[in-house]
Design a protein around this ligand. Structure first.
Ligand code: ADP
Ligand code: MG
Length: 730
């Protein structure tokens, strides 16, 4: 086993045909070792196994043909430096002209009477006589000796870097695959896991992904490798978290009577809030740094829980810091908390990027001040808090609000301004418990699963374009009554446009290879995509229709300061209708907003929709959420129906996870996890392979329950440590 392992660690320069230049090219593709090279999966396959007759071809489409050479290849010089090789070849349905440019040396290859598999773009023209004329220009040609079955039906297409070409990559990979021999014994997955989930072996999967003999084989290989990626991911995050938790060394914050805070509030804490505060109290008094994630639905009251934690830290002689992802949120928190804390005799400050220089300097000094009488106890701000100038005299607790907007690095950067600081993380989204344990394996989990009493339900409707007029009338009515309206349009992603451009007719893209469930989703959504509302156009249209209303527009490409200023005037009631891309997702509080319209609602995940819906119904106005979609897809309808019927964030999150996978929870930029390790998915797509992810996740959990230190799984442990960059001696 060890031998095989070392084999895969062999540098690529050991391959016969790899010298310095090629090694550098491979390096650019991320392949330093044979193992890395095997991990460069094809990005697509040419479907050369689907042999067509000439008569079946379509003009301009890439096809595979089985043709016999009918005429001696003829060379011709067309102009200086440009030569032509030309011959005719036939099958039972017709004859084609084959042309190669500047490749005279091929003349000997195409001996009269020999049969080849040609693959390339077919040009097909109808002559006035009604006869079809076929030609192929520089097709790939593979000699058929005995039968067509000796040729690979699916030919991989690799990512390249000059001077590498497809041929050469194919050869290098084939050579690398010979190093896999004997590796079967070191399959990282136990047999029972493979059996339960119908997974192929590792060596088979790796060989097959590079040289599949059929679509079915390829699907099986892909399934196995995707499962493995998810499995490692689940295992690694949970495992890394377990190992990195320090014990002891933290300041004991035991002054935990918060009754004066509770009585300063205009409401009673909910049972769930009280329970979570108790959990926090226990952590703060334990002597081990707290690492706790507080997870709860929009509006469940996480802020006051954070306030309680900060109060305990301050009463215990420490300082606390609260970091929010945007200036507007930080300002909002400050507005709420400053009053509360000053009534308790605690000094607070707000520190953001836009805070004036002089004020910043004053805050820096007051934070570093040692005299508890003079220093700032609690600072609230944006990532300006992690800038170098900020030094605390005695930081004891850090709170990160809406944490999925921060990476772990930023999360810990603030904590590093103190020693063994307690950390509280507030999630903006309810995360399914199982997933939270995986994604945030380094955090303990508290769940606020109860809403403050008297919250009104936001009535939710799913409608199609047919309702447009009524919708406009509805906006008019609500704004006429003094209410405010959000309209959210999806931002079209750049990636989608690129993929379409890249596509070549006839090639099978990796993303199209089914692993069961995933395929139908991807297929369905591609084929029933309704027209996308462009947010800009929409805003203009709306402004025309509602010319007496104040309509504003925010989008992701705007500068943060511009965005903030529009949001501020919306919050101040100076704007009636705010059209935006999803930037308002973050927890801004505008109690006067009473209608949320989501355009192209089929484009959003359920949790995202729930998040958006949570923006309204925060005040006394009766509130509504209208999901607009023209999608005919069964799945889209089902999802919108779920939104109409379900109001509990956790239930929605579980549904979302099972339908779309964990992508939305992890976030576009990878969120906490992808930054925490070197692990990047090569095949897996969180949005498409949700079902496999759930399976892999529960298998990883079972394995860790039975072998918590992975001592009985040496090879796996080694792999995880390496992928996640965990120091084994830690
Ligand atoms: P989130 O969990 O989304 O961050 P917030 O902390 O912003 O929610 O709270 C939302 C609103 O609910 C705030 O206006 C807050 O004052 C109010 N609130 C919080 N806890 C309670 C409670 N126990 N009873 C009534 N209102 C509450
Ligand atoms: Mg909040």
């Amino acid at each position: 086993m060890n031998e095989a392992k070392n084999g895969l660690k062999t540098p690529v320069t050991q391959l016969k045909s790899v010298g310095k230049v090629r090694a550098e090219a491979l390096m650019r593709l991320g392949a330093e070792t044979i193992g890395d090279l095997i991990g460069l999966y094809p990005r697509a396959y040419e479907n050369r196994g689907d042999i067509k007759l000439l008569s079946e071809t379509v003009n301009g489409e890439k096809s595979a043909l089985c043709l016999t050479v009918a005429t001696q290849p003829k060379k011709a010089l067309i102009r200086r430096g440009m030569s032509l090789l030309k011959f005719r070849a036939y099958d039972e349905s017709g004859t084609a002209e084959i042309i190669y440019f500047n490749q005279d040396f091929l003349a000997d290859k195409f001996a009269l009477g020999n049969t080849f598999r040609f693959y390339g773009k077919v040009e097909r023209k109808k002559m006035p006589s009604g006869k079809d004329v076929f030609s192929l220009s520089s097709p790939v040609a593979e000699p058929i000796r005995e039968s067509i079955s000796e040729l690979a039906p699916l030919v991989p297409i690799y990512p390249l870097s000059p001077p590498l070409n497809q041929n050469l990559m194919g050869k290098l990979i084939s050579e690398s695959l010979t190093y896999l021999r004997g590796d079967a014994a070191s399959d990282f997955l136990d047999d029972d896991i493979k059996m339960r989930n119908g997974l192929a072996g590792r060596a088979f999967a790796l060989r097959t992904i590079h040289a599949p003999l059929s679509m079915r084989e390829l699907e099986a290989a892909k399934k196995r490798l995707i499962f493995e990626e998810f499995f490692f991911f689940s295992l690694g995050t949970a495992f890394a978290g377990r190992r990195q938790r320090p014990t002891g060394g933290a300041v004991i914050c035991a002054e935990n009577d918060i009754s004066d805070l509770a009585s300063a509030l205009p409401y009673d804490l909910t049972g769930a809030q009280k329970r979570v505060i108790e959990e926090i109290k226990t952590d703060l008094a334990s002597g081990t740094p707290m690492s706790r994630l507080v997870c709860g639905d929009v509006g469940c009251g996480k802020t006051v829980v954070a306030a309680a934690a900060m109060l305990i830290a301050v009463r215990s002689g420490k300082q606390a810091a609260l970091m929010a992802p945007t200036e507007i949120l930080a300002t909002q928190h400050y507005g709420d908390l400053e009053k509360l804390f000053s009534s308790l005799g605690i000094k607070t400050a707000l520190l953001c990027g836009s805070t004036p220089r002089a004020e910043k300097r004053r805050i820096y000094e007051a934070l570093a001040e040692c005299d508890p009488e003079k220093r700032i106890d609690i600072v609230i701000g944006t990532h300006a808090l992690i800038s170098d100038g900020v030094k605390f005299s005695s930081l004891g607790l850090v709170v990160n609000d809406e944490q999925h907007k921060f990476g772990v690095r930023q999360r810990s950067a603030l904590g590093e301004k103190g020693e063994n600081v307690h950390m509280l993380v507030m999630s903006a989204t309810p995360i399914p418990r199982s997933l939270a344990l995986t994604l945030y394996g380094d955090l303990d989990l508290s769940v606020i699963d109860e809403m403050p009493p008297g919250r009104q339900r936001v009535d939710t409707f799913a409608v199609d374009e047919g309702y447009r007029e009524r919708l406009i009338a509805f906006i008019r009515k609500l704004t006429g009554e003094g209410g405010q309206v959000y309209v959210v349009c999806p931002a079209v992603e750049e990636r989608e446009a690129e993929e379409v451009e890249d596509a070549v007719e006839g090639d099978i893209f990796m993303s199209e290879i089914s692993t069961g469930e995933a395929f139908s989703l991807c297929f369905e959504e591609k084929n029933s995509q309704p027209e996308l509302k462009s947010a800009v156009k929409y805003a203009e249209e709306l402004a025309e229709r509602l010319s007496d209303k104040k309509i504003a527009f925010v989008h992701g490409k705007m500068k943060p300061a511009e965005k903030d200023s529009v949001m501020q005037s919306f919050a101040a009631g100076e704007i009636d209708v705010l059209v935006s891309t999803t930037v308002i997702e973050v927890g801004v509080n505008v109690p006067n907003a009473c209608l949320m319209i989501v355009e192209n609602a089929e484009r959003f995940g359920l949790s995202q929709l729930h998040q958006l819906r949570g923006r309204v119904g925060r005040g006394s106005r009766k509130s509504y959420c209208v999901l607009v979609s023209d999608s005919k897809s069964e799945r889209a309808r089902e999802r919108l129906e779920t939104m109409r019927k379900t109001y509990d964030g956790f239930t929605i999150a579980e549904k979302d996870l099972s339908m779309r996978g964990p992508g939305d929870f992890v976030g576009k930029n990878g969120g906490a996890v992808r930054q925490s390790g070197a692990l990047r998915f090569r095949l897996a797509d969180m949005l498409l392979d949700g079902e496999l992810f759930s399976l892999a996740m529960s298998e990883a959990k079972m394995l860790l329950d039975s072998d918590p230190t992975l001592e009985a799984h040496g090879a796996l442990l080694h792999e995880i440590n390496e992928l996640f960059d965990i120091d084994a001696n830690h």
